[in-house]
Ligand binder design. Structure first.
Ligand code: HXC
Length: 519
């Protein structure tokens, strides 16, 4: 008798497990696939190492009875939560299931998400959210909104303690965008995901603008215009692959170091290539990414926000297998000038790296801050100060390489020695001065030039004099403002030696509750 009951119970569990896979039903799963989207469960399976997923709260159901919801109960209540491994390292995960009530966030769904967030915090491991939801569950009213706030609270408390990744793989509207916005990195899938505070219909009513969901808040829009999207993928599979890859660059939490892969490759031919990158003419653009590629381990650069504020390049790379964070001016875009977007982009990345013990490398070729009413009226003063603040505040090992221009306030901002760089190097092509020779000559030799019989010739003569004095790295080297002048091909080894020397760097900020970064 006992045996029979026992078997029945096992059968019941098997049946219940089967139901989990049916989610919102075959039809809705079909629709999801037709749209080119994977289901929530398929996404979890792809994200985690094989057979490593442990589900939590699989049978949780909502308790709402409003608007007939009592007749629409699905085990798991529209979100799959649990933990597993990525390349053998622990991560926590939640994946919203659009086939169940549009993946909408209920009181119980929020509680499930909060549970894995709490576990992630207690155990010091990253949390990855896969978002595919129509937002607050409308039938539940305020308890759903409160659930969102519970999540926001945890996102904020977890910030800087554990890495938080948001993969946007479907609609993400209203309050649903603010949890991802509080996390460290947002991934978006082209054409099937979007993020906005209010959708096209509300936009039309309020501002009379006609705009599609894609244009308003698709992956491309947020990659190029707003900078909200850090990584774009062509489909769910690529999105998940990119997230798995990024995790290999990050530590588990703010008390640990990033993992060190045992093997790395470096093609020695890059040592010759790097010598040929800087053009003869100091005003000719070049691609700073070529410099980056010639310094780091082969194929290890992972650019963040590739399509936003292209005048600054940020991303992770490896040097002899160790993760570093790179912030580099890009002379190939707007001459590498610093503007509002570049400052915000750089500052955010610096703060992420500093939170998670990732050493910083700054590659500098910057003609200054972008002048003009547009920038001034939109607050370049405050936004530029964010980058200053971020570098000055960062206590991780910080090394700067000046490849060419280091002018004016932008010189100070880009991790200058006085701002706390541990080591600062310049290439022989470096020019470190208050401004370019042409402008400088015009100001300081104004009287001499205007009173000259041939002002144009005088100007050129004075420009050359200023350039001879400052368009080189040696004045700065004489003052110890840079530590050494090095050949481009020596850069990689100098950096390896530098970061090894700084391995045990210990620097603490003055005791405070928190600073007041110019937001
Ligand atoms: C309950 C929802 C839902 C929601 C969708 N569904 N959104 N159920 N609450 N918020 C259900 C639908 O009824 C439908 O159920 C199923 O999910 C799929 O929805 P469809 O509309 O058929 O899908 P689609 O055509 O792809 O459109 C997806 C969508 C649309 C664009 C997301 O559903 C939509 O606009 N939903 C409402 C979005 C919204 O306004 N949310 C509230 C945001 S305000 P069936 O049974 O037919 O499958 C908010 C405030 C939070 O979130 C504030 C926190 C601070």
């Amino acid at each position: 008798m006992y045996l029979v009951v026992h078997m029945d119970r096992n059968l019941l569990l098997a049946q219940k497990r089967e139901e989990l896979h049916l989610a919102g039903g075959k039809e809705r799963i079909e629709k999801q696939h037709q749209q080119g989207k994977l289901t929530a469960r398929e996404r979890v399976t792809l994200l985690l190492d094989e057979n490593s997923f442990n589900e939590i709260g699989a049978f949780v159901e909502h308790r709402s009875t409003n608007f007939g919801l009592e007749k629409q109960k699905y085990p798991g209540d529209g979100v799959i939560t649990g933990f597993g491994n990525i390349h053998g390292r622990l991560v926590y995960v939640y994946s919203q299931d659009f086939t169940v009530l549009g993946g909408s966030l209920s009181e119980t769904q929020a509680a499930k998400i909060c549970r894995v967030m709490d576990l992630a915090m207690k155990n010091g491991a990253p949390i990855i959210g896969m978002n595919d939801s129509g937002g607050a569950r409308i039938q539940e009213g305020v308890v759903s909104l409160s659930g969102y706030a519970d999540i926001f609270f945890r996102n904020t408390r977890a910030s800087g303690v554990i890495p938080q990744l948001s993969l946007i793989m479907g609609p993400c509207a209203g309050g649903a965008v603010y949890s991802p916005a509080l996390t460290d990195f947002i991934f978006m899938v082209e054409e099937t995901s979007y993020m906005f505070v209010t959708g096209p219909n509300v936009v039309k009513t309020v501002t009379h603008e006609e705009v599609t969901s894609e244009d308003l808040g698709g992956a491309k829009t947020h990659a190029e215009k707003s900078g909200v999207n850090h990584f774009t993928a062509v489909n769910d599979m690529e999105c998940i692959k990119k997230a798995r890859d990024l995790i290999t660059y990050l530590p588990q939490n703010s008390y640990e170091l990033a993992p060190e892969p045992s093997v790395f490759e470096f093609s020695s031919s890059k040592l010759n290539q790097i010598e040929k990158i800087i053009p003869e003419n100091t005003n000719t653009p070049y691609d700073i990414k070529k410099v980056i590629e010639c310094i780091i381990d082969d194929a290890s650069f992972r650019e963040v926000q590739e399509d936003f504020a292209k005048n600054i390049v940020v991303g992770f790379a490896r040097l002899e297998g160790k993760t570093i964070g790179i912030i580099a001016n890009q002379p190939a875009a707007m001459a590498g000038v610093l503007d509002i977007d570049a400052s915000r982009k750089g500052a955010r990345f610096v703060r992420f790296c500093d939170s998670f013990n990732i050493p910083l490398l700054v590659i500098e070729d910057v003609p200054g801050f972008l002048p003009g009413t547009d920038q001034e009226w939109r607050g370049i003063i405050t936004h530029g100060a964010k980058l200053l603040y971020a570098f000055a505040e960062a206590t991780v090992p910080k090394i700067t390489i000046i490849t060419r221009k280091a002018y004016g306030g932008a010189y100070c901002v880009m991790n200058s020695k006085s701002l706390g760089a541990d080591l600062s190097f310049a290439w022989p092509t470096a020019e470190i001065a208050v401004m370019g020779a042409k402008g400088a000559a015009e100001i300081i030799f104004k009287r001499e030039i205007s009173s000259s019989e041939n002002p144009q010739e005088k100007w050129l003569e004075k420009e050359a004099e200023y350039a001879d004095t400052f368009a080189n790295p040696y004045r700065a080297a004489e003052r110890g403002i840079i530590d050494d002048v090095i050949l481009p091909k020596e850069t990689r080894q100098k950096l390896i030696n530098g970061y090894n020397m700084l391995e045990n760097k210990s620097e603490t900020l003055p005791k405070k509750k928190h600073g007041n970064i110019p937001l």
